[in-house]
Design a protein around this ligand. Structure first.
Ligand code: HEC
Ligand code: HEC
Length: 265
């Protein structure tokens, strides 16, 4: 008889289907255990999030529905919020813009009227209506990105409205792009991803979450290092620099002329 190979010997001792059967039993056992563990975990989280959504619905009915409608479909006093996402609510309510107090060209930034928990609840309720931008994970808000890349992206995408140093600027029809110092990273992200009012939406294709973090990094850098040296003249660029030259440069020349003519007399 020819020497049997190790494989043949093994298959001689065990039925070929045994391995497969063992595998199936093993998979079923781990799968079952996993399913059990996760269903009890998801059951808990669904219960918690259902409660959050319910709470948010009540808060919304009491504070927002007068303008946005009971189902957030919009009224004459406020736009539809279907599909704006949790992030838009977090931005608008978290910066004190909403609930809007008086109609005007632009929702005013006021002291925040809700706790973060209440804001999260209303955000969850609005997000249930239709999918939209969600609050991003912490890692995109850390401000630990590349400030140099952020500065470049800011100059290209934001400086025309907010000014190179993020000091803000006027727009048409009584609207303005606010100064960006002291704005919470999640609200910087929220503004970019949801585009309030005249601000464009920068979705993940325009600016990836990493690039948004770079911009946050740059804005926080500017905040901590306001001016590289000398007077920043409000960082308003050529206008204030021109004015400076106009007043002090020309003023100086005039003074010298007066002094010279006075002397020659
Ligand atoms: C007095 C009316 C009024 C009330 C009350 C009000 N809003 Fe608004 N809301 C507006 C108007 C008008 C706009 C659009 C103009 C703007 O964005 O400045 C708006 C815009 C928004 C947006 C931005 C929509 C988008 O397309 O990004 C969100 C989100 C929002 N509101 C949420 C809320 C929430 C949540 C509440 C309750 C806490 C609330 N609002 C209360 C009038 C109101
Ligand atoms: C076309 C002009 C325009 C451009 C471009 C623009 N913004 Fe804005 N931005 C606005 C306006 C207008 C508002 C105020 C909206 C409001 O109050 O509802 C605003 C609001 C903001 C806010 C909220 C500030 C606060 O006080 O709560 C942040 C943060 C912000 N913008 C960041 C950015 C960044 C970052 C970029 C570039 C990626 C950018 N914006 C590009 C016009 C612009």
């Amino acid at each position: 008889m020819a020497p049997t190979s190790p494989a043949a010997r093994r298959s001689g001792r065990r039925h070929p289907l045994a391995t497969a059967a063992l595998l199936v039993v093993g998979l079923l056992a781990t799968g079952g255990a996993y399913a059990l563990a996760t269903t009890s975990a998801t059951a808990e989280t669904t219960a918690a999030s259902e409660q959050l959504v319910e709470e948010g619905g009540k808060l919304f009915a009491a504070n927002c529905a007068s303008c946005h409608g009971l189902q957030a479909a919009g009224t004459e006093a406020g736009p539809s919020l279907i599909g704006v996402g949790a992030l838009a609510v977090d931005f608008q309510v978290g910066t004190g813009r909403m609930p809007m107090a008086a109609s005007g060209p632009q929702a005013e930034v006021k002291p925040v009227q809700f706790t973060q928990e209440q804001i999260d609840a209303m955000a969850a309720w609005v997000a249930e209506l239709a999918p939209g931008p969600a609050v991003p994970p912490e890692r995109y808000l850390a401000g630990d990105g590349d400030a140099a890349i952020g500065a470049e992206l800011f100059r290209i995408n934001c400086a025309m409205c907010h000014n190179v140093a993020g000091a803000g600027g006027a727009l048409t029809e009584g609207k303005y792009a606010p100064g960006l110092a002291g704005v919470d990273p999640v609200h910087i992200y929220g503004a970019m991803a949801t585009g309030p009012q005249n601000m464009p939406v920068f979705n993940d294709l325009n600016l990836t979450p990493e690039e948004k973090n770079d911009i946050i990094t740059y804005l926080k850098y500017v905040e901590e290092n306001p001016s590289v040296g000398g007077f920043d003249l409000g960082s308003l660029g050529p206008v204030s620099e021109g004015l400076f030259i106009w007043i002090f440069g020309l003023g100086g020349l005039i003074a010298v002329t007066i002094w010279l003519t006075a002397k020659s007399n």
